[in-house]
Design a protein around this ligand. Structure first.
Ligand SMILES: O=C[C@H](O)[C@H](O)COP(=O)(O)O
Ligand SMILES: C=C(OP(=O)(O)O)C(=O)O
Ligand SMILES: [Mn+2]
Length: 457
């Protein structure tokens, strides 16, 4: 808490720093239409006065960690739900997701002999951009579900009404999620000497067996080091950052605070905030607002991104060219990455900028199956990851990270994997409210694949 005392800098309270509100005059996409709602002002006022979810000092530390990634000395792992849910913020669900993410990180750290910067798509991933404003089922048309911070998922008129009080509920759910994440990662649960135990409760299959054997190897190495008298205090805790798409600017703005040390604004809704593929317009509201806060910022880059767009994004979001400030999360699709990514990487290299390059192998590979489910083929996900490593290898740039939609649960949402998920399983185990996620085992498989590529470098 000591890093942030907005009340000690009254001339710089969030309310009177006009540059933080420039976005209000710009084009803005994918927003709720709730500004005249009777509860809108009170909800914003409440969010203006709640404590920050994360602190400026932590955000700075993440930026420093990401600078290491930009220099090729660490790897960046981002993972979590496409859309978090309020009901899903239970101890079991949250710990399952964190365990899976930490297991992936262990595989990567050990396999690649490299520190891993870990970020959960969690404690704030409650709003969604949509392809269509409405959804039609059996002849009934209702507003689309836009994430639980905006409206409900149930297909009824009442549930789909946009309610600004949901932002306040989103804040509180984020706070309790973060509280549990902090106690897991600092309270002994994430002690590296317990890696073996994180696998308990998961059924036996190829990825799990592989994890068991890697965990035993780590265990032996640690026992050896311990016998040599090494001090393991540093292994007791781990750092898990949070991140989400900064889509709802009313929410992001209300949680922005001024850091008393520097007088600079930080968006305290999460450590890492990214701009989605649908809202990255160069002169639009999202780029403008996030250019003003001091957090590390990501931008999703889809297959139509031009070199000029990428360079202008750098100019706007990282004018000082500070490694760690800007992460480009490419989501091209398996069939396009080998053709589209090289020109972007070369363009950025020629400009002399050092961004972090992350692959999101999920969003360019979404398909619908005849039964109506949105899904992704595990093989396409793997192929985009391979393409990402091939392109960076060829150009001598650092493949800095991976961004996946995943869960710790044994869901059936993405097709394939070494214990293959078939379409028939969707009827019972398809649980996502938006995009299909890798289940626990598929997530571990991806981690092993990435570790192999990293260790070859
Ligand atoms: O992550 C999210 C989805 O890709 C995005 O919300 C669009 O989904 P839709 O095409 O189902 O609207
Ligand atoms: C909407 C998302 O991605 P994109 O902006 O890349 O489509 C997402 O990450 O859930
Ligand atoms: Mn998604």
């Amino acid at each position: 808490m000591s890093d942030l005392f907005p009340e000690t800098t009254p001339s710089l309270t969030p309310q009177n720093l006009p540059e933080l509100d420039e976005w209000r005059n710009l084009k803005i996409d994918q927003q709720p239409t709730w500004h005249d709602h009777p509860d809108f002002k009170a909800s914003i006022n409440e969010l203006n006065s709640v404590p920050p979810l994360v602190f400026a000092g932590e955000i700075d530390r993440m930026r420093k960690n990401l600078a290491e990634v930009a220099e090729g000395r660490a790897f960046f792992l981002q993972g979590g739900d496409c859309a978090e849910t309020f009901a899903g913020a239970t101890a079991d669900r949250i710990s399952g997701r964190i365990k899976t993410l930490l297991q992936m990180a262990v595989v990567l750290t050990y396999g690649a002999s490299m520190p891993v910067v870990k970020m959960g798509r969690m404690a704030g991933q409650f709003s969604k951009p949509r392809s269509s404003d409405t959804e039609t089922r059996n002849g009934v048309t209702l507003p689309s579900f836009r994430g639980e911070m905006v409206n409900g998922f149930d297909f009824t008129e009442e549930s789909r009404v946009q309610d600004p009080k949901r932002m306040v509920q989103g804040y509180h759910t984020s706070a309790s999620t973060l509280n549990l994440a902090r106690s897991f990662t600092t309270g002994g649960f994430a002690d590296l000497r317990l890696v073996n135990q994180w696998n308990k409760g998961f059924t036996s299959n190829p990825a799990h067996a592989r994890y068991e054997s890697l965990a035993s190897e780590i265990d032996r190495a640690l026992k050896f080091m311990e016998a040599c008298g090494a001090d393991f205090d540093a292994l007791k805790t781990t750092e898990l950052y949070t991140g989400h798409e900064g889509l709802l600017l009313d929410y992001e703005r209300a949680l922005t605070r001024i850091d008393s040390r520097t007088g600079r604004p930080y968006d305290t809704s999460g450590h890492f905030i990214w701009i989605g593929e649908r809202t990255r317009g160069l002169d639009d509201a999202h780029v403008n607002f996030l250019s003003k806060v001091n957090n590390p910022i990501g931008v999703k880059l889809g297959p139509t991104t031009t070199v000029d767009e990428a360079l202008t994004l750098i100019d706007k979001l990282d004018p000082e060219r500070e490694p760690g400030r800007l992460t480009f999360i490419t989501r091209m699709g398996a069939s396009k990455i080998r053709e589209n990514l090289p020109k972007l990487v070369e363009g950025v290299q020629n400009e002399g900028a050092k961004v972090v390059w992350v692959t999101d192998p999920m969003h360019g590979n979404t398909i619908s199956v005849p039964s109506g489910y949105k899904t992704r083929k595990f093989d396409d996900v793997v192929d985009e990851v391979r393409g990402f490593f091939e392109v960076h290898e060829a150009l001598g740039s650092f493949p800095g990270g991976i961004h996946v939609e995943m869960t710790g649960d044994d869901v059936a949402e993405c097709l394939g994997g070494s214990d293959p998920i078939e379409e028939a399983a969707f009827a019972d185990r398809y649980e996502t409210l938006c995009d299909p996620r890798l289940n626990h085992q598929q997530s571990l498989e991806i981690a092993f694949l990435v570790a192999e590529y990293l260790s070859r470098r």
